[in-house]
Design a protein around this ligand. Structure first.
Ligand SMILES: [Ca+2]
Ligand SMILES: [Ca+2]
Ligand SMILES: [Ca+2]
Ligand SMILES: [Ca+2]
Length: 406
C-alpha cells in the first residue's frame, strides 16, 4: 500500500427530499439523502438515506460514517429540521346556552378555541353569529404553522326569534253571570319552535309569565273562568302564548262582562245636550248642533235571577236631528255603586234594520252630577271593541239616574 499524505476526511453533504414551508416546517417525515466526496479519492459511495419521522423542532440527521482510502472518516449532519404532523386542536364555544327545550331566542355566537402545541396556530376560524332556523350547524377551521388542518362544528343549533301570534280569542259564554263559568279560548300561530304555553289575566296585566295558566292542546289554548270569582262589571281579559324558545306573543284582550242576576237594577231619565259643554269628545248624531236637548229614559233589571238577560227598555230622542231610538232587546247589565253599563239591540225610526247600542250611566249620588252616554253601532259590531256610528253624552238635567242595590 502506497504511503500518502492524506489527512483530510471526506465531505458528507445531506439533502432533504423537499423544502420545508415558508415558516420552516414540515408536516410529515423527511428523507435525507447523502453525497460524499474526498479530496484524494473523489466521489465516494453515498451512505444510506436517513428518515426523520418524529415530530419535533430542531432535529438533526446523521449519516453513517464515510471513510476515505487513507482511513479518514466523516459523518454527515443535516438540520435543523422542524416536523409537526399533528393537527391543531379546535373546539367551538357558544356565548350562551339554549333553554331546556333546546332553543335560543337570541342569536348565539359560536367562537372557536384553537391551540397547537408544536408549531403553533397560523389561523383560527372567526366567530360566527347564528340566525333564525332549526338544527343549524357552524363549522370552523384551524391551521397550524406546519399546515395541518382541523375542523370542528357546533351542530343542532335551534334559534327562534319570532314571537307567536294569537289569531283568535273567544268566550264560550259572554256575558257570564256570577253563577256561571265561561271558557276562554285562543287560536295561535308560531314559526319554528311552536307554542308550548298560554296564560290569561283578568284586570291589570301582571306581566308575561305571571298570568293564570291555560291548557294548550291541539293548536288551541283554553281555560275555565268562574264567574262567581269575579265582581260584576266589564273586565279586561288578556291572553298571550309563549313558544318553546320563550318568545311571548303580544297580549290580545277582550272584554269579559260579568253580571249579578240577583243584584243589578238601574233606572234613569232626563235630558242631556249632546255635543255640548259637558259632553265627551266624539259625540255624533244626525243634526248635531251642540245646544239642543236629547231626552232619554230607561229601566234595566234582572228579574228574579232566573233569566240570563235583563228585562227593560231604553228610549232616546233627539228632536233636532229627528233621531228616535227604541231598544228591542237587552243583552246584559252590570253595575257598581256609581256606574251601570248595559248593552242591547235597538231600532231607529226611519232607518232600516237593527242596531246595537251600549249605555254608560253614572249615578253621582246626592252631590255629583249624573251622566249618560249612549253609543250606537252596526248590528255586527262589538260595542266593547268597535267604534260607534252615533254617540250622545252629557250631564243629566231634568231627571235622575239611580243605581238600585238590592
Ligand atoms: Ca481524504
Ligand atoms: Ca401541530
Ligand atoms: Ca316562534
Ligand atoms: Ca242620581
Amino acid at each position: 500500500m502506497a504511503v500518502t499524505n492524506d489527512f483530510q476526511p471526506p465531505t458528507v453533504i445531506g439533502t432533504a427530499d423537499r423544502e420545508p414551508n415558508s415558516e420552516g416546517w414540515y408536516n410529515g417525515p423527511v428523507s435525507i439523502s447523502w453525497w460524499a466526496e474526498d479530496n484524494v479519492d473523489g466521489v465516494l459511495p453515498s451512505p444510506a438515506p436517513v428518515t426523520l419521522g418524529t415530530d419535533g423542532s430542531d432535529q438533526f440527521a446523521s449519516s453513517d460514517s464515510v471513510c476515505d482510502a487513507a482511513g479518514n472518516c466523516a459523518v454527515g449532519q443535516y438540520g435543523p429540521v422542524n416536523i409537526d404532523s399533528s393537527p391543531p386542536a379546535i373546539s367551538p364555544v357558544l356565548d350562551s346556552s339554549p333553554n331546556d327545550a333546546g332553543w335560543f331566542n337570541q342569536m348565539p355566537t359560536v367562537s372557536f378555541a384553537c391551540a397547537d402545541a408544536l408549531s403553533g396556530i397560523a389561523s383560527c376560524a372567526e366567530p360566527a353569529t347564528v340566525g333564525e332556523g332549526g338544527d343549524q350547524a357552524v363549522e370552523g377551521n384551524a391551521v397550524d404553522v406546519a399546515g395541518n388542518e382541523a375542523t370542528a362544528q357546533s351542530a343542532g343549533l335551534n334559534v327562534d326569534l319570532s314571537a307567536p301570534l294569537v289569531t283568535d280569542l273567544w268566550l264560550s259564554v259572554s256575558p257570564v253571570s256570577m253563577a256561571q263559568d265561561t271558557v276562554v279560548g285562543a287560536d295561535f300561530l308560531d314559526e319554528l319552535s311552536g307554542v308550548v304555553g298560554a296564560e290569561y289575566f283578568v284586570g291589570a296585566d301582571p306581566g308575561a309569565g305571571a298570568g293564570q295558566v291555560m291548557l294548550v292542546d291541539e293548536g288551541e289554548a283554553s281555560a275555565t273562568i268562574t264567574g262567581g270569582l269575579l265582581s260584576p262589571g266589564v273586565h279586561n281579559l288578556g291572553v298571550r302564548v309563549v313558544d318553546a324558545a320563550g318568545n311571548w306573543s303580544d297580549t290580545v284582550t277582550i272584554s269579559l262582562v260579568v253580571y249579578d242576576p240577583t243584584g243589578d237594577f238601574v233606572t234613569g231619565g232626563g235630558w242631556i245636550v249632546p255635543g255640548g259643554d259637558f259632553s265627551d269628545s266624539g259625540d255624533d248624531l244626525p243634526g248635531l248642533d251642540g245646544s239642543s236637548k236629547a231626552n232619554f229614559g230607561f229601566v234595566v233589571k234582572y228579574r228574579n235571577g232566573a233569566s240570563t238577560t235583563p228585562d227593560g227598555n231604553l228610549q232616546f230622542v233627539y228632536r233636532a236631528g229627528d233621531f228616535r231610538l227604541h231598544s228591542e232587546s237587552l243583552e246584559w247589565l252590570v253595575t257598581n255603586p256609581t256606574m251601570a253599563q248595559f248593552q242591547g239591540t235597538a231600532t231607529i225610526d226611519g232607518l232600516p234594520g237593527s242596531y246595537r247600542f251600549s249605555v254608560q250611566a253614572i249615578d253621582g249620588g246626592r252631590n255629583g252630577a249624573d251622566r249618560f252616554r249612549l253609543r250606537v253601532f252596526g248590528l255586527a259590531d262589538d260595542p266593547l271593541a268597535d267604534s260607534a256610528t252615533y254617540q250622545a253624552s252629557g250631564d243629566v238635567s231634568g231627571g235622575n239616574i239611580i243605581i238600585h242595590r238590592r
